[in-house]
Design a binder for this molecule. Structure first.
Ligand code: RVP
Length: 493
């Protein structure tokens, strides 16, 4: 019988990592880890399945940096599957949705397009998207009459084209052999599906650490729920090529979650992650249901009010540790989800037993997150909200919420009856993801050096905590000084 009062719950601000004996050079550090049994990433970071954090653009950026994004599910099945498709087709340098021009457009219009998007040429397609030719700067340069139609000067089909899914090596070989700069990709019906350019290969070299699947496409995950057509959603995502599915709820220790995990697992071969839980028993229940990964976190999120509204939760370091006791024995990776405020919290999560961490607020301010830049008093912000906030759960005009079953409120008849477990707000704009991830992984590499762990596994084995008091926390942050210059990896909350 468990005791009425369980152990003392600790979180990130309650602990620090002890410095340990270290004899490594910084370039020997390997931050790769596992999201789930079969999905490996090069940095242990995931972007949260939230509608202000992860859509295709963020997922592409995360995978390029070596981590992965989990696409949120507050959108229709078709839209979410399309997002998976966008990530999978983006590859290391393919343009999935190229700018095109209609054959009846004038040269002036085509030229304006090239100038606007800073490109040197555009595929010509009809209304159905069928590739008819290509028009480049060179076709237009010697044509003084700008009112002529594109169809009169374009290089018409047959062009050198590639099939959708062509490998980078094969594409490069085609570009080289035909001495061309652009390779349109078409499907079996001649419909334009993408464009590979020489310029994009330079980009591929820019992301040497990208996290990719066996075919060299960027990794991506996607969230599903448990209610309504959640299973059909999972099937559509699998069909679109998703690498892992997260059965994503606020209470993963519920039979519905275990059943959904088992159902998806029985009919597909992608990894299935279950969550969220915050206890050893919760982790064990998911393991028994057959999960490939466990997501831990009840209430730690920056936008989350579950702990106040329902009085439920476990401080995150303890939650991760408890869950990992069951998970390690079963060989199932653990994701520490929510509550991270600084790069130092990543290593703390890993030492507690996580294999990767999931970030919401730390990434919501990036350029690649969905949503517009807000200007308030001359400062730049982006909006951020919990998936359990009223705004994310309510119906707005035509737009319904697809994700309120995360809080098991799919049956709530009207918006006034919803019980939110999250809030809405804004976070400072942080610029491109690459710079943010550089600081986060840079901090992690420092942690690994201090602890004396070359790999994530060594960090987990060698890391030890010291518990601190509020005086210790005060000493940890800058003190007795007025900060005048903003650091790229530190701000007072
Ligand atoms: P944070 O990184 O602290 O912003 O937390 C992000 C996490 O918070 C998400 O990955 C999710 O598990 C959780 N979340 C999302 N919405 C809500 C809510 O409305 N309560 N919580």
């Amino acid at each position: 019988v468990p005791e009425k009062f369980a152990t003392l719950g600790l979180t990130y601000d309650d602990v620090l990592l002890l410095p340990g004996a270290s004899d490594m050079a910084p370039d020997q550090i390997d931050t790769s880890s596992y999201i789930s049994k079969n999905v490996r990433v090069n940095i242990p970071l995931l972007s949260a399945a939230m509608d202000k954090v992860t859509e295709a653009r963020m997922a592409i950026a995360m995978a390029r940096q070596g981590g992965a994004g989990v696409l949120h599910r507050n959108l229709s099945i078709a839209d979410q599957a399309n997002q998976v498709d966008l990530v999978k087709r983006s590859e290391s340098g393919m343009v999935t949705d190229p700018i095109t021009v209609h054959p009846d457009a004038t040269l002036l219009e085509a030229n304006d397009l090239c100038a606007k998007f800073r490109i040197s040429g555009v595929p010509v397609t009809d209304a159905a998207g069928k590739l008819l030719g290509i028009v480049t700067n060179r076709d237009m340069a010697f044509e003084p009459d700008r009112t002529r139609q594109v169809r009169e000067v374009m290089t018409p089909m047959p062009l050198v084209t590639g099939k959708v899914g062509i490998s980078g090596v094969d594409a490069m070989e085609l570009l080289r052999r035909h001495k061309i700069e652009k390779l349109p990709l078409v499907d079996g019906h001649g419909i334009l599906k993408g464009l590979i350019t020489v310029k994009d290969f330079v980009k591929a070299e820019k992301y040497p650490n990208a996290a990719k699947d066996r075919e060299g496409r960027l990794l991506v995950g996607a969230a599903v729920g448990v209610a309504g057509d959640a299973y059909e959603r999972a099937q559509a995502l699998v069909e679109a090529g998703v690498d892992f599915i997260v059965v994503d709820t606020a209470h993963g220790h519920s039979r519905l979650v275990g059943d959904m995990v088992a159902k998806i697992k029985s009919n597909s071969s992608v990894d299935v992650i279950g969550g969220n839980i915050a206890t050893r028993d919760g982790a064990q229940a998911l393991i028994d249901a057959g999960v490939d990964g466990i997501k831990v976190g009840v209430g730690p999120g920056s936008i989350c009010t579950t702990r106040v509204v329902a009085g439920i939760g476990v401080p995150q370091v303890t939650a991760i540790y408890e869950a990992s006791l069951a998970a390690k024995a079963a060989g199932v990776p653990v994701i520490g989800d929510g509550g991270l405020q600084y790069s130092g919290d990543i290593a703390k999560a890993l030492v507690a037993g996580a294999d990767t961490v999931m970030l919401g607020s730390l990434l919501a301010g990036c350029e690649e997150s969905p949503g517009e830049l807000l200007f308030i008093n001359g400062k730049q912000f982006k909006s951020y909200r919990g998936m359990g906030s009223l705004a994310a759960m309510q119906t707005r005009g035509e737009r319904k919420s697809f994700s309120k079953d995360r809080y098991f409120q799919e049956g709530v008849a009207s918006d006034e009856k919803l019980v939110p477990e999250g809030i809405e707000g804004q976070v400072p704009y942080r610029g491109p993801l690459s710079a943010v991830v550089h600081q986060l992984t840079g901090g992690l590499r420092q942690s690994m050096f201090y602890v004396g762990g070359r790999t994530v596994a060594e960090l987990q084995d060698n890391g030890r905590f010291v518990r601190i008091t509020s005086a210790g926390l005060k000493e940890s942050h800058p003190h007795d000084i007025q900060m005048t210059v903003e650091a790229p990896n530190y701000s007072r909350k």
